[in-house]
Design a protein around this ligand. Structure first.
Ligand code: SF4
Length: 358
């Protein structure tokens, strides 16, 4: 007996590809366990990086070639941008990707820094391999300006520039705190007594808390919500809690960080609640904020007035699976966290369903 359930959910053509000697093109299961979490919480067996799984009737696994080959320029090589490039390549389009960083991956690079989630980099590696096979051209270390993009004379421009973390949640002292991304990336050295304030409720907070705890810090995770990390579903929560309960980590729910101020060589947190007017203070040597990301979409707004569709998606066509309407000049779209902070699955799903209509 061979048990390969998740491998088949990530790529249902796995056996067919092996028989055809195309092992290199198999979409790998990256062990995210998003599938099991989505079964238990929502009832659909969805794969974190194959949005066709569970949606076969409206999003078939096979990508149909486009009736007319076009030129598609994509800005950003995170999960959304790379999926857009892959699907556009499968459609037979000429595809060019601009990326400001030296390597692809976007936020997945931070995710993969946690040893337990290291395999998530397969989301990026598989897409890069597929894009290479499909002839997609990449320009890394290239901060694309609107003029550069327009001069490519593309038929469609996809903005997949993602988002940047914001820490502007406090009435004062925003400059005294660091973000969870700073901890994950190594830009901020972990303190020894740390408040991790999380009002985003996603994996980033749990990863940063675990990384802080693993460094030996005493960590207090605080959220204004009545439960912490609501976006981290049951199966994924277990290893975080197992790791953190073995360390010096406590959880405080239903308290809101209002401000941070200096207190000698430490930081004083002013803490309030949404349920009353009382406040209290506590001292730490580091305050980390996880407040999600803000879209990084300046280039989209620069290009919007120049585009044929004024940057708009025809949502009725999108939902019905019909081609996006054509116009004079280039069509402009934005996808993934460049629209709003969501998760990896949402970013890839955005790209798949839009690009199969372009
Ligand atoms: S969600 Fe993750 S674990 Fe589940 S099939 Fe997809 S890649 Fe594998």
């Amino acid at each position: 007996m061979v048990g390969m359930t998740r491998a088949h959910m990530a790529d249902p053509h796995i056996v067919q590809k092996i028989m055809a000697g195309q092992e290199d093109t198999i979409r790998p299961c990256v062990g995210a366990t998003y599938c099991l979490d989505r079964i238990y919480q929502g009832g659909m067996a969805l794969c974190i990086h194959n949005p066709s799984t569970g949606r076969e009737s409206e999003q078939p696994h096979a990508i149909a070639p486009a009736p007319v080959a076009k030129k598609v320029v994509i800005v950003g090589a995170g999960p959304a941008g790379l999926e857009a490039a892959r699907v556009a390549g499968e459609r037979g389009h000429e595809v060019m990707v601009f990326e400001a960083a030296a390597q692809p991956g976007g936020q997945v690079l931070l995710t993969a820094r946690t040893p337990r989630r290291r395999e998530m980099i397969g989301i990026i590696d598989w897409r890069m391999a597929e894009c290479t096979r499909l002839g997609v051209k990449f320009h890394f270390n290239t901060f694309a300006e609107a003029f550069d993009i327009v001069s490519e004379k593309a038929d469609a421009i996809i903005i997949a520039t993602g988002g940047l973390p914001t820490r502007d949640v406090l009435s004062e002292g925003n400059d005294l705190v660091v973000t969870a991304w700073d901890i994950l990336s190594g830009d901020a050295k972990p303190g020894s007594q740390v408040l991790l304030y999380d009002d985003a409720g996603d994996h980033v907070a749990m990863q940063a808390a675990q990384m802080l705890a693993d460094s030996g810090a005493k960590v207090e995770v605080m959220t204004p919500d009545r439960t912490f990390a609501p976006d981290v579903m049951g199966m994924n929560l277990v290893p975080y809690i197992r790791a953190m309960q073995a360390r010096d980590v406590t959880f405080t729910v239903m308290w809101r960080l209002l401000a941070a101020e200096r207190s000698g060589n430490r930081l004083r947190a002013v803490i309030g609640t949404d349920y009353g007017s009382q406040t209290r203070t506590a001292e730490y040597d580091q305050i980390v904020v996880n407040h999600g990301t803000q879209p990084l979409a300046d280039i989209y707004f620069d290009l919007k007035p120049l585009s044929a569709n004024l940057g708009a998606v025809d949502h009725e066509a999108l939902v019905a699976g019909h081609p996006q309407p054509a116009g004079e000049g280039f069509a402009l779209y934005r996808i993934g966290d460049a629209v709003a902070a969501r998760n990896t699955h949402a970013a890839i799903y955005d790209a798949l369903r839009l690009l199969r209509q372009v």
